[in-house]
Ligand binder design. Structure first.
Ligand code: ATP
Ligand code: MG
Length: 449
């Protein structure tokens, strides 16, 4: 046989199991990916050997989750998670099984798994496929279907409905109608899931080709109102003029258009106008306005991302991008205006902000913006950066020591004078010489005291 490409180290590990007269199967995402014709990402095994027996068979093992029967085998550079066949008891809290029992057969083990495509096992090393729920056929039809009765499986673990939606976006599969219909009924259980598990799924959604697919399924099933009610509130919020989409569609298209490998930009795109429903007002001509929406959006994004327990560094970067996303560049900007723009945005965030702008434009028109969009701003920024390196107070030709020698006391007054000097240099980098700045500082000192 040998029809799938299995890593040779995994096959060696399997032979060691066989020498000990134990069964071993490749399970989970690896089999699903191989059947889809893709390379497996990680190699998870299931076996009838007990954790202690697995530990005794290999020299290098980590007791990853002995309670759940999981040991990680370190073998020729691979980390191979190996779990003893098990069944799960009831999930009275909708989060984790109350009891775990080891099982005797792979079939029993597969029966606890969530979807038919994830309930396949490939016996190693000979590669015999065990497929009690027609997972192979569902993969061919690109369908996500619960193992057994959907409503029951979702009530056991409230994360499963979100996993179904995440897989739909990740694999571009559709959810089988019975499975889909069971999602709204399971929401009270989904609401109890630990928020970190929800966030991990959101991260995977945001890393998929088209996150909007998942968000639309969340909307259709009521899950968007559960986890991101602020986004749901953007539905049917119409905008003015050249905006052809309501705020929610605009955000979803923008999110899709943001670079897939940049979580921060995808989050910023998804939330950059989230405050629009809250600030929308009609002006005297009856036209919708959204004054200061970037400020309100920034605050709301901070609340949402904190609630989802994102790391502070991610929250800060996303909120900063949202807070500076409203700029209107044209070639009439002076060099001083370009410098102020760079200082406000920060060099580190410039690239991300331009990505966000591109995504925002895409999300406004529903199609790819012209390749040259932003190019004249990018060129200007590069020219200014190459020419004038005084883009923070640290880059001034004078420092606190120099000012102290002029008799300016350290403290708020010196801070104010340094800021003024920096403003002067932003307007005219030609003034950034020690001699000129000391003269200006002297004058300011006399004026202010
Ligand atoms: P990926 O790693 O790409 O997210 P995966 O299918 O490997 O996909 P894991 O979360 O790594 O997903 O889980 C491995 C396997 O464990 C799944 O394929 C599935 O069989 C089972 N599984 C995981 N989570 C659940 C769950 N909540 N309920 C039932 N079975 C689950
Ligand atoms: Mg996996």
């Amino acid at each position: 046989m040998g029809k799938f490409h299995i890593h040779p180290a995994v096959l060696e590990v399997a032979r060691i199991f066989k020498q000990h007269h134990k069964e071993v199967f490749l399970v989970g995402g690896a089999v699903r990916d191989l059947v889809r014709g893709k390379d497996a990402k990680d190699w998870d095994l299931a076996t009838n050997a007990k954790p202690g027996e697995v530990q005794a068979m290999f020299r290098r093992v980590i007791p990853t989750g002995i309670k759940h029967g999981t040991v990680t085998i370190l073998y020729r550079g691979l980390s191979i998670e190996t779990t003893t066949f098990r069944t799960e008891g009831t999930y009275s809290d909708g989060r984790r099984p109350d009891t775990i029992r080891f099982a005797n057969t792979i079939e029993e083990d597969l029966s606890r798994r969530d979807f038919s495509m994830n309930a396949l096992a490939l016996e190693l090393p000979e590669q015999r496929l065990v497929d009690p729920y027609d997972g192979q056929a569902d993969i061919k039809k690109r369908i996500i279907r619960c193992v057994g009765e959907a409503a029951e499986r979702f009530s056991e673990d409230g994360l499963r409905p979100l996993r179904a939606i995440r897989f739909a976006a990740q694999l571009q599969f559709s959810i089988e109608p019975n499975t889909l219909a069971a999602i709204p009924l399971a929401l009270p259980i989904t609401a109890k899931v630990a928020i970190e598990r929800v966030r991990d799924e959101l991260d995977k959604i945001l890393g998929s080709e088209q996150p909007s697919q998942a968000f639309r399924l969340m909307e259709a099933t009521g899950m968007l109102s559960l986890f991101l009610p602020e986004l749901q509130a953007c539905r049917n919020v119409e905008q003015k003029g050249f905006h052809q989409f309501d705020v929610l569609d605009h955000l979803l298209f923008s999110c899709d258009a943001a670079p897939r490998d940049k979580l921060v930009v995808r989050l910023a795109a998804l939330l950059h106008d989230i405050g629009k429903p809250a600030v929308r007002a009609k002006d005297e001509l009856g036209i919708w306005t959204f004054y200061r929406h970037e400020e309100v959006s920034t605050n709301m994004a901070r609340d949402i991302l904190s609630r989802l327990k994102y790391p502070n560094a991610v929250i800060d970067q996303v909120c900063h991008l949202i807070s500076v996303h409203m700029f209107h560049y044209d070639d009439s900007w002076t060099d001083a205006a370009v410098r102020r723009f760079i200082v406000r945005v920060g060099e580190a965030a410039l690239e991300d902000l331009l990505d966000l702008r591109r995504a925002d434009t895409w999300g406004t028109f529903g199609k790819e913006p012209p390749a040259g969009l932003n190019q004249s701003l990018v060129d200007r920024v590069h020219r200014v950066l190459a020419k004038d390196k005084a883009l923070s107070i640290k880059d001034l030709a004078v420092n606190g020591e120099d000012l102290a020698q002029l008799g300016i006391p350290r403290g708020p007054l010196m801070g104010r004078i340094l800021k003024e000097l920096f403003e002067t240099v932003l307007d005219d980098p030609g003034q950034n010489t020690k001699e000129t700045l000391l003269r200006i500082a002297q004058r300011l000192h006399e004026k202010l005291t």
